[in-house]
Design a protein around this ligand. Structure first.
Ligand code: ZN
Length: 300
């Protein structure tokens, strides 16, 4: 159906709910267009990101018209022309794509960096809802490879590569406009050194790491964040390598069961401030990511 993205809505009690407050209001349903005298039924669309030819686009959460419904004639959110959402928001079947032999997948899982970018965009959107600029984001651009939107789908690609070693040099994951082979994206214990070197060479590296939970470090006076330390890659003649996950304050370490094996996705870096290191150099080297959402972690 036609119409621009809508930045605020009304609930059954007439509360005006901007997209920033939607979850605070307990995800109200039904919700209605906030345009003066309009009040037609809306749906809420969660934030997401999309890999395109020109890099990554961050699409903030928004409201849109419910199916088959249009605004009243004078509604400020009504626009001419048909600007249907050209993005398939449904979950695609990654397993069938793998079985068909598809070898390019776009990573759309939202990590901590993405969340920050999306929140900035949401603020812009609420303060300055430039409807024409926003609707341009939603044009379809031909056929695309399969989207990987959940950590569950990412795990399916990981498992497929383990079961089909030849696929490890064939399957590519696309993120931030860059394509990376399976074996340059998934890192389990034996590949920790490779990932560490890659981070040293490139700075932030988006990757999925497999690790076994070793130590859960609770928040303390000296460090207010919980950290998860994973079993290291032991190396005979040089430093052992430890993956570390820093949890944001909204995250609970219960997500990481002791000695369980987990796959986690994020942007990996090496902590530059020696006071913030979890592993002292005498014991080994660490590389780390920040986990701010359950969508970055899955037990395997
Ligand atoms: Zn309306």
């Amino acid at each position: 159906m036609s119409g621009a993205k809508i930045s605020y809505a009304l609930d059954n009690n007439g509360n005006q709910i901007s997209i920033l407050n939607y979850y605070n209001f307990g995800s109200p349903s039904p919700i209605y267009c906030g345009g003066k005298g309009c009040g037609v039924l809306l749906n809420h669309v969660s934030e997401f990101k999309r890999e395109g030819r020109n890099g990554t686009q961050y699409i903030p959460a928004h409201y849109r018209l419910a199916k088959g419904i249009d605004h009243v004639e004078h509604c400020i959110f009504k626009t001419s022309g048909n600007h249907s959402l050209g993005v398939d928001l449904s979950d695609q079947d990654v397993v069938s794509a793998l079985r068909r032999g598809d070898d390019l997948f776009r990573i759309h899982i939202i990590d901590t960096d993405d969340q920050q970018k999306i929140h900035i965009k949401e603020d812009d959107f609420v303060n300055n809802p430039n409807i024409n600029a926003i609707k341009k984001d939603y044009r379809a651009k031909g056929k695309k490879s399969t989207y990987v939107k959940t950590i569950q789908s990412l795990k399916e690609i990981y498992d497929f590569g383990l079961q089909n070693p030849l696929a490890q040099n064939k399957i590519q994951l696309m993120l931030n406009g860059e394509k990376r082979f399976w074996n340059d994206f998934f890192f389990s214990v034996a590949q920790y050194e490779e990932l560490k070197q890659k981070i040293r060479g490139e700075g932030i590296v988006k990757a999925a790491v497999v690790g076994k939970v070793h130590v859960v470090r609770l928040a303390s006076n000296s460090n207010p964040f919980e950290h998860i330390e994973f079993h290291p890659q032991k190396r005979r003649f040089s430093s052992d390598n430890y993956p570390i996950v820093k949890l944001t304050k909204s995250m609970n370490s219960n997500l990481f069961n002791f000695v369980s094996r987990v796959l986690f996705y994020g942007g990996f870096t090496i902590e530059a401030n020696p006071n913030k290191l979890m592993i002292t150099h005498a014991i080994g080297d660490e590389f780390r990511t920040i986990v701010s959402s359950e969508s970055q972690v899955i037990e395997i």
